[in-house]
Design a protein around this ligand. Sequence first.
Ligand code: KG4
Ligand code: ZN
Length: 358
Amino acid sequence: MLILGIETSCDETGVALVEDGTVVRSNVIADQQTLHARYGGVVPEVASRAHVDLLHPAVEQACALGGVHLGDVDAIAVTIGPGLAGALLVGVAAAKSYALALDRPLLGVNHLIGHVYANVLDHGALPLPAVVFVVSGGHTSLLVMDEQGAFRVLGQTIDDAAGEAYDKVARVLGLGYPGGPVIDRLAREGDPAAVRFPRALIDDGTYDFSLSGLKTAVLRHVRAHRVDSGEKLNVNDVAASFQEAVVDVQVSKVLRAAAEAGIDTVLLAGGVAANSRLRARLSEEAERRDVRVLAPSPALCTDNGAMIACAGWFQLKRGERTPLDVGADPNLQIVPGVGRRASRRPKRRGGTTSTRHE
Ligand code: KG4
Ligand code: ZN
């Protein structure tokens, strides 16, 4: 079974061909980061237009690289949410057109569930039940996956998502967009104990997260050291100290969830799962407690079409089909009705452009 996976929820136009849910025949990512970098965040209108230009050539490239014709595809999987409304619409409209023209089933995939299934591409069948930690640009969710496709929500962010916090702090430090990879890199040269930033909610007994106070603390520190002539700002130390505060809370809550649920597998998912400090600290501390941690390879952590094709294949196997009149849902939840935080809904700034960051 050859699945065409289409991902356009944010600023990556991802198209992939995946065989039987596990073998990646091709995985094309037309990234728009240079387009958005000068705005310091994703501009939804720019993203939508870029998806229109990039999507069909990406489909052709994915077929060429995979050595197949479009007609060889058995089903079309596409991200239907959460994400930016206009960006999602481009992928959904294209996927419907391919499904109709080729007379193949359409599989509407939740983007976050796609991130979780990226693990299958690297590790094969998921050991279930598992504690699942989804950390991306728009989400922080701690879940339990009891069986294929069945999730329970333990907790989530009450304000900023993990990736959002990395991107905002990077902006404050003048490091550009996206911020996560740069902070990850600079932090390796910094002292994680240099500045004691707050670890919000670390001992509150819940599985919720809060990062807006930490972001403000970094902002105050940066301002104080830029204005204050005495002490010079050490960007590497600030990056390392910020990242350590984030990772401390994440590791503590994820492992407590595993212990309290009596589950010995943790699955990481989402762009922030590429963070080298999170991966190293979590694996190290989990090993001491006989908990196994699986994470996709860093390239498959961030948005791509292969994870969507993979999740779509599992839906197909369960006999699920998506009707052709399905719409894009920018606020799609993993568990319907649960979730305080909307998805990456852009906030208006200055009346002209809008970004999801700030
Ligand atoms: O999952 P993703 O590609 O898109 C969303 O679904 O949002 O995640 C993108 C986010 C960005 O905020 C980016 O800064 C962050 O993932 N990110 C990282 C790293 N690589 C990407 N954050 C921390 N460390 C990284 N190495
Ligand atoms: Zn994503």
